[in-house]
Design a protein around this ligand. Structure first.
Ligand code: GYE
Length: 320
């Protein structure tokens, strides 16, 4: 180092302007992540996966929990923009209402990755890529299981009630759509009631209690958009003196451990898998996006269907 350069470096250090990158140390990538909340077992596993993967990958994660409120998510995204993070990732609580804040991110030249849930925006180039499950297909899988089940008693009419996820959220919209599309082929399958239980156990129980109190029609089948609501509903069914999984057939989505335990106990009939372990893939995507590498617009996760008959064998293999 010449005397001159040393003098400049010393002066910079003194002025507090020293950037370690000049000395060859790489700056860690900074990701702002806005999570929906902590409403379900699925979400807890998803958060853990993202935090673990960021740590393992040496990515600095700024994590914000929106407590299932869109306004909190918008605030979090604006704060990430103000902090000039390298990349923003978020799981949007509902589909609509994102245009303005996503334009702000674009104006700040911060790329946005959607995880888990989709948005509906006027300009799809407002986000780079979307990684998560195909919720319509999950609804179809639930519907197909019921079609098969209904074949066992082909003349019987089955009265179905539905516990929907959060109103306006991609999984609630799509899981309803996929299920209805499939059951439409059998006129004996009738959906009589459908209400949101907001993806939580407490609301699932509350809404199921109301369904049971109505007593106008015997309920044969419950379709819950997630396991937590099904588990809440199981409690309501038991408190009403009925046997969940027998008097009322129960179909749900996610495939969390709690659902496998309920199946082993004979209280839940089937769960359609939805994989929350998106962390490692998300970190890789973030690195590629920030490096300007081309990435796929849509990345879907591969998932199965687990009926009660395989629950005991599968339970020890479950990772969430
Ligand atoms: O199914 C539910 C959670 O968006 C896929 O959100 C996710 C859903 C999941 O609360 O349990």
């Amino acid at each position: 180092m010449t005397l001159n350069r040393r003098a400049v470096l010393t002066a910079t250090l003194v002025a507090g302007l020293f950037n370690p990158m000049w000395a060859g140390a790489a700056q860690p990538l900074v990701m702002g992540f806005s999570q929906v909340g902590a409403e379900s077992e699925w979400r807890t596993a998803n958060t853990a996966s993202i935090k673990d993967a960021a740590k393992k990958d040496g990515i600095t994660l700024k994590f914000a929990d929106a407590q299932q409120k869109q306004e909190n998510q918008v605030k979090a995204l604006r704060s990430f923009i103000a902090q000039k993070v390298d990349v923003i990732a978020f799981s949007p609580v509902v589909e609509s209402g994102w245009d303005t804040v996503l334009r702000e991110a674009r104006a700040a030249k911060i790329p946005v990755i959607l995880t888990d849930r989709a948005v509906s925006v006027s300009d799809p180039s407002l986000y780079v890529t979307f990684i998560g499950s195909d919720f319509v297909e999950e609804g179809r899988k639930a519907g197909r299981w019921l079609l098969d089940f209904a074949k066992k008693a082909p003349n019987a009419e089955l009265n179905i009630v539905e516990l929907q996820g959060t109103v306006g959220s991609a999984p609630a919209i799509d899981r309803k759509k996929g299920f209805e599309e499939i059951i439409a082929s059998n006129p004996k399958l009738k959906l009589s009631r459908s209400q949101s239980g907001d993806f939580t156990r407490a609301k699932g129980k509350e809404v199921m209690e109301a369904f049971l109190k109505a007593k106008d029609k015997k309920i044969d089948v419950l379709y819950a958009h997630n396991d937590d609501m099904a588990i809440g509903a199981i409690q309501a069914i038991e408190e009403a003196g009925l046997k969940p999984g027998k008097d009322i057939i129960i179909i749900s989505i996610d495939g969390v451990k709690g659902a496998f335990e309920a199946m082993v106990a004979g209280k839940l009939n089937v769960t359609v898998e939805c994989n929350p372990l998106l962390g490692p893939q998300l970190m890789q995507l973030a690195r590629d996006v920030v490096a300007g590498k081309p990435v796929a617009r849509r990345i879907t996760t591969t998932e199965g269907v687990f009926p009660a008959e395989v629950a005991a064998k599968e339970l020890p293999n479950r990772r969430y």
